[in-house]
Design a protein around this ligand. Sequence first.
Ligand code: DHB
Length: 305
Amino acid sequence: MLNIEMCGISFKNPVFLAAGVMGETGAALKRMAKNGAGAVCTKSLGLEKRSGHRNPTVVEVEGGFLNAMGLPNPGVKEYIRELEGIRDYLKRIDVKIIGSIYGKDPREFSEVAEILEPYVDLLELNISCPHAGGGYGAQIGQDPDLSHKVVSGVKDSVKIPVMVKLTPNVSDIKEIAVAVTEGGADAITAINTLGPGMVIDIRTGRPILGNKFGGMSGKAIKPIALRCVYEIYSVVDVPIVGVGGITTGHDVVEFMMAGATAVQVGTGVYYRGYDIFYKICKELEEYLTENNLKIKDILGKAHEF
Ligand code: DHB
């Protein structure tokens, strides 16, 4: 009942693990897969290893979390070993793997994409980290021409589907959505973290995060994510993967009504535990059964008004 097709790939359900959460190791991805995710996404991977920002890298705030990890990862070549260890198992239980990648320019993105392609089912281009600096992340995703170049470069380099993850921190997300689609994006993931924001320790006056600023995730950003999905759906024909504050099956229904074919859950894992994927799928299924609906009946429904 919950199976979907997207970018020519079938998924047993539309509830995926988002990038950056429980994606540091193969063992963590396997755990999320065992807990019912339809697909799991790696931590964003780059060409070279990065140790990331100083601690603390995560702080809880009202309605969510701020994080500034600083793209820590062992480098794509080293990370591949994590995927080799879980690939067969994930295939057996029919959980797809999304490889999240970053780079500082179109060439670097394409190089990482080529290295990772044999080990994943889809790629997700992270052009939207709000605090990466150095030409990475949102510095790309806020520039339609550069976003277009990154996507078309990767599309020329690989055969598997390419999703592009957008930042909400732009004045017109529709413009970026159109640019990446014209660059050849097979799907759009929306949204990455909002902000950045900050928290200050009033005993000392010191900003809490090692990086001072961090991107906001969690329940409080859900209305913004939903509006972004709605706007993107109104201007492009590619599938949209909604992400931002999703914790329940009802949240998924809302995202589907805005235009999402599938969703990703990140911060929700902290709120409801590792088995959040099973819980959300059960709630979604109950909603559909009770209302005698199929997923295709609710996709984009909010645009009728
Ligand atoms: C990080 C944070 C993000 O929001 C993102 O998209 C990528 C990386 C990080 O701090 O590692």
